[in-house]
Design a protein around this ligand. Structure first.
Ligand SMILES: Nc1ncnc2c1ncn2[C@@H]1O[C@H](COP(=O)(O)OP(=O)(O)OP(=O)(O)O)[C@@H](O)[C@H]1O
Ligand SMILES: [Mg+2]
Length: 226
């Protein structure tokens, strides 16, 4: 087992059989001790956060598997806080794909002149570059194609998968009267066929969820949900 990448919230190991092992850490993103899923710094360390994130991730990836939606997921070990996945090639140096059902966060910061806080959005999809130094700038379909990061055909697949998966998560949360405002995904190309699949995680740290108009912290969400 070889450590190939040390991320902010996970470590990535290459296994001898060619698969990857993701180790979920107790670090969560945020600023000055306050959780923020959009932040590019580790804001705080919370005991049990890694395992809680993995539990939710496992739950959602298994539902996606049942539905035939392609992901990198192979299996998970909650005790060890590890997940075995198929290795993927990311687009460029990595993209984040956001799906929004209500206007909050960076959407509101950018478009506040035209949008009201909490305004309904129809599974609005936007893509940002994973570039901490440039604060993850949004990028258009044309720019992705022009810069050789993602072709136009791939963009359509990415957008459609994003909306499908976001709706699956939204519907699941709705069963517990929890409303999904927005969610962030990562995708990659897997295997010889370069099939586009969902990678990384689906945990409280990647979404904003509300109950009766009140924001639910990731750890609390994981407790409420599972
Ligand atoms: N199947 C996969 N194949 C290749 N890389 C993957 C796969 N799944 C996840 N990754 C990558 O593993 C890393 C996990 O680390 P982590 O979640 O800590 O992310 P990060 O990139 O440091 O920061 P953040 O996602 O919080 O901005 C990410 O870079 C993610 O893109
Ligand atoms: Mg990450």
């Amino acid at each position: 087992m070889k450590l190939t990448y040390t991320g902010k919230t996970k470590d990535v190991y290459a296994l001898e059989d060619g698969n990857y092992l993701l180790k979920f850490k107790d670090d969560v993103t945020g600023v000055d001790g306050v959780f923020d899923p959009g932040a590019n710094t580790v804001g705080l360390t919370l005991e049990g956060a890694g395992r809680a994130g993995l539990r939710l991730t496992k739950h959602f990836f298994e539902i996606l598997k049942e539905k035939g939606i392609p992901t990198h997921y192979i299996d998970a070990n909650i005790e060890e806080a590890t997940m075995t996945v198929k290795p993927a090639e990311v687009f460029g140096k990595g993209l984040e794909v956001i799906c929004r059902f209500r206007a909050v966060g960076s959407f509101l910061r950018r478009y506040g002149l035209y949008a009201e806080e909490g305004q309904a959005l129809d599974a609005f999809v936007e893509v940002t570059l994973k570039d901490d130094g440039r604060e993850d700038p949004p990028i258009s379909e044309d720019a992705l194609d022009m810069l050789g990061i993602l072709s136009k055909d791939e963009y359509q697949v990415l957008k459609s998968l994003t909306q499908q998966i976001a709706h699956v998560v939204k519907d699941e949360l709705a069963k517990k009267e929890i409303e999904l405002y927005d969610i962030k995904f990562e995708f990659g190309r897997v295997g010889e066929s370069k099939e586009i699949v969902l990678i990384d995680e689906i945990s409280g740290g990647n979404m904003r969820a509300y109950k009766n108009g009140e924001y639910i912290e990731p750890l609390e969400l994981e407790k409420m949900f599972l």
